[in-house]
Design a protein around this ligand. Sequence first.
Ligand SMILES: [Zn+2]
Length: 134
Amino acid sequence: MPKELAARLHAKFGHQGRNRLLRSLKLFGWLDRYHVPLQITCAACNITKARRRPRTGTIRVAKYAGQIIHAEIFTGGSAPALDGNRYAAIFTDGKSGKILALPIARTSLFGEIMREFLARLRTLPEEMVLDSGG
Ligand SMILES: [Zn+2]
């Protein structure tokens, strides 16, 4: 597919990213005839990205170890680990940056493993930060 046509279709379908554009074009049968280029240059998207405002949210910085703990689920890939687990609960200390990774078989076990992690601590953290998949 010529780059000009790809840029026009990108604009026509609401300035979607490449993967969404591929899904849209698949619905209309465009992918049977064309390959979408890897890079679609769009002046409108470039201008809006360049003028995007910086983050205004405040980020709390931990003053001592164990004050703020960041928790998230690692979904590394489709291949399971040697023990059969596909995921890991990752707990990061906000001050020291030390990481504890606990393997889990399913993401639904995250709450259980978090309770287990908190039970290991001598004092509870002031704040647990969960990104909730974001
Ligand atoms: Zn665009």
